[in-house]
Design a protein around this ligand. Structure first.
Ligand SMILES: Cc1cc2nc3c(=O)[nH]c(=O)nc-3n(C[C@H](O)[C@H](O)[C@H](O)COP(=O)(O)OP(=O)(O)OC[C@H]3O[C@@H](n4cnc5c(N)ncnc54)[C@H](O)[C@@H]3O)c2cc1C
Ligand SMILES: *[C@@H]1O[C@H](CO)[C@@H](O)[C@H](O)[C@H]1NC(C)=O
Ligand SMILES: *[C@@H]1O[C@H](CO)[C@@H](O)[C@H](O)[C@H]1NC(C)=O
Ligand SMILES: *[C@@H]1O[C@H](CO)[C@@H](O)[C@H](O)[C@H]1NC(C)=O
Ligand SMILES: *[C@@H]1O[C@H](CO)[C@@H](O)[C@H](O)[C@H]1NC(C)=O
Length: 663
């Protein structure tokens, strides 16, 4: 009988391995079945495709990519405005509606100028954004018609962001165009003494002589582009011609010259603006039975509904299962997947944006690599990879070319492959595409490292992590307004006066809360992840205490309500949430790269875990051989057991709970 029990135990254990595959997402350390690995891989790929940036067919912005940018903007018989953006940058998200509005507002000019956008956060666009020297997001550039490819041919910068100002800048550039395609308007203002009759001569572009000539007088102290904009709006209006004048003796306004009689009539406009002047002209034309077709405000959009096939449904189910599991685990969890995705994006994407890395920027990269090697929780391949990258950036004499860097780290990753066990965001995933993700991962990474540094004895420098973070954010973080804000906040909150590693944890925590407060209710807020003063009461009731009257608390550490922070508890809470052992493996697809079972790291002090963290994270060769052996044994036992069970008609329920790890 006891033999039978042993066999059963083995069978249960074996089966639980198999079941873990089915319920892989649910088990903390459960390896995923091959099928699931396949699903996760596909998912990562698909969600990338889905995340086609901030613009789609429903708006008037033309999405470009590395493959077609040059083809679409170089050597064309029209001008182009290109927005180089980054879909994870909050400012770009807030800016997208403005860019769409602009594109739609000047869609009528599309024969002459196209409004486009390119997402620099996509891997495949990395090189092209570097080539075009995109250093901040969003970057707007103007490309004239017949713009030629060549060295330093990166377009003319448009520094304005507000719609009206971008249009002003665009008009200025269009007025300056020297190589004019056919149909390009002549923006030169009509001289006071120029004979008016010449306006009614037929031209090549306009074989029917016009009946009406509209003169828009621009007399504004600061200059105006109203006349030019109206010219563009009415470029195709039949039997009409529009010209600018610059009569200083007359106020800004609109006049019409009737071709038949050459009489000049003043046309009233409520306001000297593009919209009012254009509509006054349209009204006048329609009163004279000339129909001007309205320009479309949106291009025809195709309905892009596709049939859901079975594999899509399977993937949705899988995704849903992960979401449910994450909800169960609650918000106070750090996912290994997020930490890995964050450094993957940083090292392979963000750092590679610069043509060369030198001076302070190089120093910042060296510091960043140094803290990663010290505190990043990685598997054995990953650790080797990080050390090699660090060595590479430390060896640099005075500068590294981005091309070299890019090639080098790709090579190093390939040599150690597989390095990353992640291929998707977990805790930092988002219900709305493009939100959260990388910036969320970056915060998580640095919080994690402040806690790890405080728990370890590797360094006594209280500023180690904060300095690495400050440098990284200043020199590499692609969200430029975030970077500026962060530097201002660092100065205001006296980052360099932090005197202990525990204070570094709290400094970052309170500064992050300051950002949360500022962004609360912002367009970048994900409805499922509101910007709160962290941690919430639910997450940590003891982190808040009743405010004592007359007690003057530090400004950084106050709360809006009747409470104030209990810093000791906050510190304890953060050390628990951002601890090595609190990381969760959910969503990792590469079973071989799962860090070691939690029991092995021990709950112990910093020493014990740092001594084995570099080596213990992956199953060593011995484990793998043992695993294979056990697997074979399993199958044999299974066969025997099945035989026995069938013989005796024995039935037993089997559960897949935490038996793993005993194997
Ligand atoms: C350095 C930096 C500066 C930024 N500045 C700006 C800016 O100026 N403008 C802008 O629009 N966006 C800025 N961002 C992006 C913004 O802060 C968020 O990262 C982004 O909007 C995603 O928000 P989220 O909801 O995922 O949570 P995040 O704020 O990214 O937080 C990630 C996770 O950290 C945890 N957390 C939250 N608060 C704390 C805390 N106080 N202490 C410890 N853990 C916490 C939570 O689990 C949360 O889910 C910045 C990002 C970084 C890294
Ligand atoms: C475009 O708009 C239609 C109708 O409003 C909508 O059904 C469709 O999902 C939209 N497409 C995209 C890509 O957003
Ligand atoms: C257009 O040309 C004028 C005169 O050469 C110059 O002063 C101005 O800066 C140019 N504007 C732009 C936007 O290039
Ligand atoms: C012109 O510009 C100046 C300074 O840029 C500004 O103070 C002024 O209000 C502007 N005038 C008009 C009429 O817009
Ligand atoms: C911060 O440090 C500087 C230099 O060490 C010192 O002069 C200053 O008083 C400190 N500020 C605070 C608020 O501690």
């Amino acid at each position: 009988m006891s033999k039978f029990v042993i066999i059963l135990a083995v069978v249960v254990t074996c089966l639980s391995q198999q079941l873990a595959g089915i319920d892989g997402a649910g088990l903390r350390n459960g390896p995923l079945s091959l099928y699931e690995q396949h699903l996760f891989k596909r998912q990562a790929k698909d969600s990338n495709d889905e995340n086609a940036g901030l613009y789609d067919q429903n708006d008037s912005v033309i999405s470009l990519n590395a493959g077609n940018l040059k083809e679409k903007v170089f050597g064309q018989p029209h001008a182009s405005l290109v927005e180089f953006y980054n879909s994870y940058c909050g400012f770009c998200r807030r800016y997208a509606p403005i860019w769409k509005q602009l594109a739609s507002d000047i869609l009528g000019w599309q024969k002459l100028v196209k409004v486009t956008a390119l997402d620099c956060s996509r891997d495949e666009n990395n090189a092209i954004c570097r080539e075009f020297e995109v250093m901040a997001y969003p970057t707007i550039r103007f490309f004239a018609p017949y713009y030629e490819d060549g060295a330093q041919k990166i377009g003319e910068p448009v520094t304005a962001h507000a719609e009206a100002e971008v249009i002003n800048a665009l008009i200025e550039h269009m007025q300056n165009v020297t190589q004019k395609p056919a149909g390009w308007p002549d923006f030169t203002p009509l001289e006071s003494d120029a004979p008016r009759e010449q306006l009614f001569n037929p031209t090549e572009a306009r074989p029917d002589p016009p009946k009406y000539a509209y003169l828009i007088n621009e007399n504004e102290i600061n200059g105006t582009t109203v006349g030019s904009q109206v010219m563009l709006d009415l470029l195709d209006a039949p039997l009409a011609v529009v010209k600018r004048t610059k009569e200083t003796s007359e106020p800004s306004g609109l006049k019409v010259i009737v071709g038949d009689s050459m009489s000049e009539i003043k046309l009233p406009v409520d306001e000297f603006s593009r919209a009012k002047v254009t509509s006054a002209i349209r009204k006048h034309l329609s009163e004279h039975h000339i129909r001007v077709t309205e320009v479309a405000t949106k291009p025809n959009n195709k309905d892009s509904t596709t049939e859901e096939n079975i594999s899509d449904i399977m993937e949705k189910k899988q995704e849903e299962a992960l979401r449910v599991k994450m909800k169960e685990l609650g918000p106070a969890i750090v996912y290994q997947a997020d930490l890995e995705e964050a450094i993957k994006f940083a090292l392979f994407h963000e750092v590679t944006r610069f043509k060369k890395i030198d001076g302070e920027r190089l120093l910042a990269l060296q510091r960043f690599m140094n803290v990663l090697v010290r505190y990043f929780p990685f598997n054995e391949n990953g650790m080797k990879f990080l050390k090699e990258v660090r060595q590479y950036v430390l060896n640099a004499e005075s500068e590294i070319g981005a091309e070299d860097y890019s090639n080098q780290i790709k090579k190093l990753e390939q040599n150690r492959s597989p390095v990353f066990a992640s291929n998707r965001w977990m805790g930092c995933s988002s219900t709305k595409d493009g939100l959260r993700r990388y910036p969320c991962g970056l915060w998580t990474l640095f919080h994690y490292m402040t806690v790890q540094a405080a728990e370890s004895e590797i360094s006594t420098d209280p500023l180690e992590i904060l300095q690495a973070m400050h440098g990284y954010i200043k020199y590499f973080f692609g969200c430029s307004d975030c970077s500026t804000h962060f530097q201002q906040m660092a100065a205001r909150n006296k980052i360099w006066n932090v005197t202990s590693k525990d204070d570094a944890i709290l400094w970052l925590w309170s500064s992050h809360n300051e950002v949360n407060r500022r962004l609360s209710g912002d367009a970048t807020e994900d409805r499922d992840h509101p910007k709160i003063q962290y941690p919430s009461i639910e997450m940590c009731p003891e982190c808040r205490k009743q405010k004592l009257t007359n007690h003057h608390n530090h400004r950084q550490y106050t709360l809006d309500d009747a409470n104030e922070w209990n810093l000791l508890e906050v510190s304890t809470f953060l050390k628990r949430v951002y601890s090595y052992n609190n990381r969760n493996q959910l969503g990792l697809w590469d079973a071989n790269l799962l860090p070691q079972p939690l029991a092995r790291t021990g709950g112990g002090g910093a020493d014990s875990y740092h001594s084995n963290r570099s080596f213990g994270n992956v199953l060593n060769e011995m484990d793998i051989r043992m695993g294979a052996l056990l697997y074979v044994a399993c199958i044999v036992m299974l066969l025997i057991a099945v035989k026995m069970v069938v013989k005796r008609g024995y039935r037993k329920k089997m559960y897949a709970h935490d038996i793993l790890g005993k194997v």
